[in-house]
Write a protein that binds this ligand. Sequence first.
Ligand code: ADP
Ligand code: MG
Length: 271
Amino acid sequence: MNNKPLQAHHFEPVAGAFALLSRPVSSACNMTNILTANRLTKEFGRVRALDDVSFHVEEGEVLGLIGPNGAGKTTLFNVIAGSSRIDKGTIKLDGEDITRKSPSTRCRLGIGRTYQVPRPFETLTVYENVLVSAVHGAGRNQKEARSEVRGILELSGLAHRKSHFAKDLNVLERKLLELAKVLGSNPRLLLLDEIAAGLTEVDFQQVLKIVGQLRGKGRTVIWVEHIPRLMTQGVDRLLVLAEGKILASGKPGEVMSTQQVADVYLGRQQE
Ligand SMILES: Nc1ncnc2c1ncn2[C@@H]1O[C@H](COP(=O)(O)OP(=O)(O)O)[C@@H](O)[C@H]1O
Ligand SMILES: [Mg+2]
């Protein structure tokens, strides 16, 4: 194993990645917590995937969450979205305790998540995939849903592919469809699980731009990536998770340049 830590400058900044994207005037300025996680613990047998994790997310904020493989990032999304129950701790959405609520109730309350491996309906078109979500996820009638889907496809850059079957999409398009599907359910809090993993730098820029647009519309986002790369340029704040614990939190540039993060997180990238 090579323990030599990578230096912070290995994560190249993208000049002006969000220069053209304005900050929302709406709820984003209120600084109220949309999500509060208090002392979350989740064990799988002898593995403690989450170990006393506490953090909050402000409304309108894009929070980046990074950490090595196995750090507990997806587990954290599972317990927030409700597909997995925590052993200890509480989760509040807008101050309301949702710890014991079902995934469908949490979806209705405004939590939407993408999956690391996209899960479209392969034999439906792009349009139909998002429509299903807009009707069943958000509970809209057909007319409202159709109009909403058009906007979502524009925003996610898939409008020109709307009549194609999901099975015929390339890697980037599958990731964008995963995002478009979750937007169909009209979430206030979006959980993006490695949406940019495996993409080229050019494709990554497109994802960065879309997340910036969502932020501009006042959506709250928690964006997980295993390898932070350019993602740190698109977030307001960064949390680092390692072995189920929060290791660091703060402004992306500051967090990435701390020795602790370099040693524990970046060092492991070279294993
Ligand atoms: N369903 C599960 N059953 C057993 N162990 C699990 C399960 N889900 C996750 N784990 C374990 O929990 C730890 C955290 O996993 P995960 O949340 O997937 O990490 P990350 O998303 O950061 O790569 C790992 O050690 C993983 O093997
Ligand atoms: Mg994961």
